[in-house]
Design a protein around this ligand. Sequence first.
Ligand code: IMP
Ligand code: MG
Length: 175
Amino acid sequence: MPTEGLTELISAEKIAARVAEMGTEISRDLAGIDELTVLCVLKGAFIFAADLVRHLTLPCRIEFIRASSYGTHRASSGKVMLDLHRDPHVEGKHVLLVEDILDTGLTVTRILEELRGHNPASLRVCTLLDKPSARTTPVSADYTGFTIPDVYVVGYGLDAAGRYRELPYIATPNA
Ligand code: IMP
Ligand code: MG
């Protein structure tokens, strides 16, 4: 039963079914590569990435990159902070960037710019959620779980000021 103050938007069952489908599709598309580097964008994509990789039938290496743009506000700050002190280990690799949500598009655009500078063999984007109507920077994903309207969502890794990441479903906070 949903937590008080939240309205469920996508159930845990629907998420699980879609994540399994995405895993099958990615595995089919990339069949034959020697290794896939799954680059999980922290913090929001940690649950999605953990579930997705268990549906991949490819040899994987799992890496993490930390990006933050929101602080504790619900509107994009317009600035994206990346943990660039770390080598993302993507040189010469087939990379799948795994994000929780494409909103304005700034975060993924910044990460892609950075990764291209490290010369990956290939680079694809996989996002659980997409809010195309919120886009200010043109970027799209190769794999999208669900397209949603421009509403703030929480759960399954996504937070509001650090809360609700643990919920197994996706919900909108009641106004
Ligand atoms: P963008 O840079 O505006 O595309 O925002 C991407 C990041 O903002 C995501 O990785 C999320 O961390 C966060 N974000 C955007 N929309 C939402 C939302 O509805 N709920 C929670 N986090 C969000
Ligand atoms: Mg994020």
